[in-house]
Design a binder for this molecule. Structure first.
Ligand code: ZN
Length: 384
């Protein structure tokens, strides 16, 4: 058991209470109580926030999960440097045996002594996508939605989330079947009109992959997938807020429409996250990274180099929302769509996944299930 005193704690009830939490057996036990028990951490220079949850991340530190699935655990052990405490490593469209290989790496489980980000499973972005909205995916590897191809796809086998175009032949039955197994189904890389989109939502889709990107733009007579998503109260949507994937004006429009209720910040980060400018893999592609963006040789945006904190800062700067409002989009909201009610929040009984942030919003330390898994070299943490 240990307790922590922070500068502030980002929990709605904490603003009027002592900024102290206690942790035992990997969970938060008390909030704002005076008594100390066990070890004590003085972190008065830092704000304590829930750990970040990323539903779409393709790699980092030079490794691409799709082409180098053996790197998944190794990369995840370093993601706490970005404050990420839970994520879904994302595998883009590949031959099915390659996707299965990545699932096997997840099933092999974390290596002995692993101290890193919690991985509840993988996000399979494809192969049931619309070739006309392929983005960087290899359209030649897309499949019609054939249930025989997904017989083994379950959360237990590592499939936690699937992006699918609801309008392709067979998609509706596949969405029904996979969502009933407990997989988060997401609409994306799609030309669906509002009717096809709503049919997909009715079948079990609860999320949309990178809103605006790789979907039909809004037209005043053809509102399409984007408006169907925004209008439907049960659909959350991911956005890549690097300022390039979606213009700040559109981010403001979405914010005015819905605020933070259903918005989720994803990084869609590539192997280049945490690395200098250069050339990196993304699936079968090579991407050029210049310190701002990651693109194919023809200029197509191909993932990002966005960190969660940069996304959080961009959301505040684009919409003028508060830090507290933006934070839900990286913590409680993604936890909710994954059905993980004990993560993404700071409350007694929740898993003690949290980040200590400096006044200039740098990650000073990251804890996963109550364990210190990352401490910045400059962080001043005093245990007694
Ligand atoms: Zn995509």
């Amino acid at each position: 058991m240990f307790s922590i005193d922070a500068r502030k704690i980002y929990h709605p009830e904490m603003f009027n209470r002592e900024p102290r939490v206690s942790v035992d057996s990997g969970k938060f036990v008390t909030l704002g109580e005076q008594k100390k028990a066990g070890r004590h951490l003085r972190a008065l220079e830092y704000d304590l926030v829930p750990g970040f949850i990323d539903l779409q991340i393709n790699g980092a530190f030079g490794y691409d999960f799709t082409s180098q699935p053996d790197s998944i655990w190794q990369v995840a052990e370093r993601l706490p440097e970005f404050g990420i405490t839970t994520c879904l490593p994302t595998i883009i469209t590949s031959p099915l045996e390659v996707m299965e290989n990545a699932l096997q790496v997840w099933r092999n489980n974390k290596p002995t002594g692993y101290q890193g980000t919690y991985l509840p499973g993988l996000h399979l972005e494809g192969p049931f996508l619309n070739p006309k909205k392929k983005g960087v995916h290899a359209a030649g590897l897309f499949h019609l939605a054939d249930p025989r191809l997904v017989q083994e796809w379950t959360p237990q086998n590592g499939v936690r989330m699937v992006t699918i175009a609801p309008e392709i032949p067979g998609a509706i039955n596949l969405i029904i079947s996979l969502s009933q197994r407990g997989i988060l189904m997401s609409a994306g890389h799609s030309l669906a009109d509002v009717h096809q989109a709503r049919a997909g939502f009715g079948a079990g889709i609860r999320y949309a992959t990178h809103l605006f990107n790789a979907m039909t733009p809004i037209h005043h007579r053809e509102p399409g997938l984007v408006m169907a998503i925004l209008e439907h109260e049960e659909i959350s949507y991911g956005m890549i807020l690097d300022g390039l994937h979606v213009a700040p004006e559109l981010v403001r429009m979405v914010w005015h429409y819905q605020g933070n209720r259903r918005l989720i910040l994803v990084t869609d980060a590539s192997a280049a996250l945490g690395m200098p400018a250069g050339t990196y893999p993304l699936g079968n592609n090579e991407i050029q990274v210049d310190g701002i963006s990651a693109r194919l040789a023809d200029g197509t945006l191909a993932g990002s180099i966005l960190s969660p904190l940069k996304a959080l800062q961009n959301l505040q700067s684009f919409t003028k929302c508060s830090f507290h409002e933006a934070l839900a989009c990286l913590t409680a909201n993604p936890a909710r769509v994954l059905g993980m009610r004990d993560r993404g929040v700071i409350r007694p009984g929740a898993v003690a996944d949290f980040v200590l942030l400096s006044a200039d919003q740098q990650v000073a330390a990251t804890f996963v299930a109550g364990e210190l898994v990352y401490q910045a070299p400059w962080a001043n943490l005093q245990w007694d």
